[in-house]
Design a protein around this ligand. Sequence first.
Ligand code: MD3
Ligand code: FE
Length: 200
Amino acid sequence: MQPGFRYLPGHLGADQQRQLVETLRLAVAEAPLFTPVMPRTGRPFTVRMTNLGTLGWVSDRDGYRYQSTHPETGKAWSPIPDTLLGLWRAVSGYPHDPEACLVNVYKGGAKMGLHRDEDEEEFTAPVLSVSLGDMAVFRMGGPERGGKTETLKLSSGDVVVMGGASRLCYHGIDRVLPGTSTLLKDGGRINLTLRRVTKP
Ligand code: MD3
Ligand code: FE
């Protein structure tokens, strides 16, 4: 894997995972999941999303961007819960708090194609990912599209920190493996990514 990539398997225990899922249920009640569409084509993502924090990532026909309000309700996103802020402060190595927590929900055959996270202004901050629910096949490449890639299975409770050179590398989710976790009653997977968007 690339320098700056840190894999913390099982970093969150079962109780912390259950507590996070409960917090997310409340957050989703305030800021419902939406289906983003690709810029220009309007092709829907297979992943549904919402956000927590002062800024949230959205994608629609006009493009990708961060904004302070939910695209459908127009309301501000709920705050990032203290447990996630504590996790960021403990493992990010970055001296300012995250502004965005993107919540990706994978049901059925949902997946995420190879892409780079480059809509932020602050690339010296890592992206921190938390996996919940069914296992996923995560694919990680290098800084150029078309380069060599490798895969890693991400399980519920795993934390990944993408800092340094890994921060701008291509990555995606090939597939979710059904029936590999009992955390979510209806199955599927939730991924949280904490991000610093603006330069402090
Ligand atoms: C490597 N999410 O939301 S998390 C995304 O599991 C995203 O839902 C995936 O890619 C998911 O943008 C993967 C792991 C991850 C997140 C950000 C990265 C890996 C990364 C940024 C740079 C390099
Ligand atoms: Fe990404």
